[in-house]
Write a protein that binds this ligand. Structure first.
Ligand SMILES: NC(=O)c1ccc[n+]([C@@H]2O[C@H](COP(=O)([O-])OP(=O)(O)OC[C@H]3O[C@@H](n4cnc5c(N)ncnc54)[C@H](O)[C@@H]3O)[C@@H](O)[C@H]2O)c1
Length: 393
């Protein structure tokens, strides 16, 4: 059945739902501020088979000459009929969302939208923030942000510790094993988590990569070390490749993977440094190559959403110059001043678009970067620029 959330796709009313008015606020700024701000951004640390649903109308144009030219000897015409419905029903589908540790970010919103459509939600959480997230869940700290369209609360069935910079146990260095933030935990490498998920659920249908980390994000690329650059790439781009390598074999045909990228991959966003722009460019290129490889190998789709700025926890934690706004605050304000749609962007907007890409409605969409950013990506001029002030009057 079509829930309210899903209607957003059809209604063309990308009206934000309620989450986080504070996120409402979220790119060319004063360099120092941006450098600081970008840190927060990421550096803060750091469908079973989506078989087509039911019948659709009689839109088959059997007499179309175009169709006739495509006839084969064995079939008189290729049917253009796809059994469809206007609803999204993900009941019976299992979604693993990597990179959820609170309710402010995109991973949470995508989880919620998928849960709203009926999917079973399991998440992977970075060990250093695992306890605080589990405590928050237990205490009901995220209840207000968990409400689904039918009034019920999203249930996260299981939280797996996951450190996406490690592929298998051999990769974990002693300094991590002995780190108190990892004490008492094991099985958090990507390979181990995939095995644990397989043991618990058998196969999954939806894999979401909603994580990034760039230890030197505050540094311009010209000042970024090899170590920092490769760390950003490892945590923010290769992690997606590795996740699909390990989870692909346990994904049902028709399933899909979704990741989150940012416009800094293709346009210069001063302040988004440390190789994070490079990592996002990798992520987008890898989306296309993985779409081809995973499509042919497992029948799995691979897409990424280029999301507009959101004051997520990671983003908010970024430093700032005294008396100035943070990177993310500048980014939100810039977007509102210059994007084609001067409206707030909520994490639920990306949640809804993510749910669409993960649903059978998008069964032929793969290898795309979908902009969910109020159209900011399309602009080539800042309309609030001082040099435009005469024209704007
Ligand atoms: N916030 C924005 O404005 C914005 C814009 C475009 C794209 N994105 C992307 O959205 C995704 C989610 O970010 P968000 O802003 O919603 O913030 P978020 O804080 O909700 O998500 C980032 C998550 O990554 C996790 N993480 C960091 N290193 C990890 C590791 N090694 N292993 C496992 N998890 C790790 C963090 O614990 C955190 O939960 C990221 O890929 C980010 O680049 C964000």
């Amino acid at each position: 059945m079509l829930r309210n959330r899903s209607l957003h796709f059809y209604g063309k009313i990308l009206r934000p739902s309620k989450t986080n008015p504070s996120t409402i606020n979220t790119m060319m700024f004063s360099r120092n501020t941006l450098l600081a701000a970008a840190a927060a951004f990421y550096g803060a640390s750091s469908v079973s088979a989506f078989a087509p649903s039911t019948a659709v109308g009689n839109t088959v144009s059997r007499s179309s000459p175009a169709i006739y030219t495509q006839q084969t000897a064995s079939r008189q015409y290729s049917s253009t009929k796809l059994n469809m419905s206007s609803s999204v029903d993900l009941k019976g589908k299992v979604a693993f969302i990597a990179g959820v540790a609170d309710s402010s970010g995109y991973g949470w919103a995508i989880s919620k939208a998928l849960a709203d459509a009926g999917a079973t939600i399991i998440v992977g959480t970075w060990p250093p923030v695992l306890k605080i997230f589990q405590m928050g869940l237990k205490k009901g700290s995220f209840d207000d942000d968990s409400t689904l369209s039918d009034g019920s609360k999203m249930v996260i069935e299981k939280v797996y510790p996951l450190d996406a910079v490690f592929d298998s146990p051999d990769d974990v260095p002693d300094e991590i094993k002995n780190n108190k933030r990892y004490s008492g935990l094991d099985g958090y490498t990507i390979e181990e988590v995939a095995k644990a998920v397989e043991a618990d659920y058998g196969k999954i249908d939806i894999l979401v990569h909603s994580l990034a980390n760039g230890p030197e994000v505050t540094k311009p690329l010209l000042e970024t070390s090899r170590k920092g650059y490769l760390a950003a790439s490892s945590a923010s781009a290769y992690s997606a490749v590795s996740l699909l390598q390990k989870f692909g074999p346990i994904m049902n045909e028709g399933g899909n993977m979704l990741s989150l990228t940012y416009i800094a991959s293709e346009k210069v966003i001063p302040g988004y440094g440390g190789g994070m722009s490079s990592a996002k460019a990798q992520l987008e290129s890898d989306t296309r190559v993985l779409a081809y490889e995973a499509g042919r190998k497992w029948g799995v789709r691979v897409n990424t959403i280029s999301a507009g700025p959101l004051k997520s926890r990671a983003a908010s934690a970024i430093g700032k110059e005294p008396g100035q706004k943070t990177f993310i605050e500048y980014a939100i304000d810039y977007s509102k001043a210059n994007a084609p749609l001067a409206q707030d962007l909520y994490n639920d907007d990306v949640g809804n678009s993510g749910m669409f890409l993960c649903s059978p409605l998008a069964r032929t969409i793969t290898g795309v970067t979908l902009y969910v950013d109020n159209g900011l990506h399309a602009m080539g001029m800042a309309i609030d620029s001082e040099s435009m002030s005469d024209r704007n009057q």
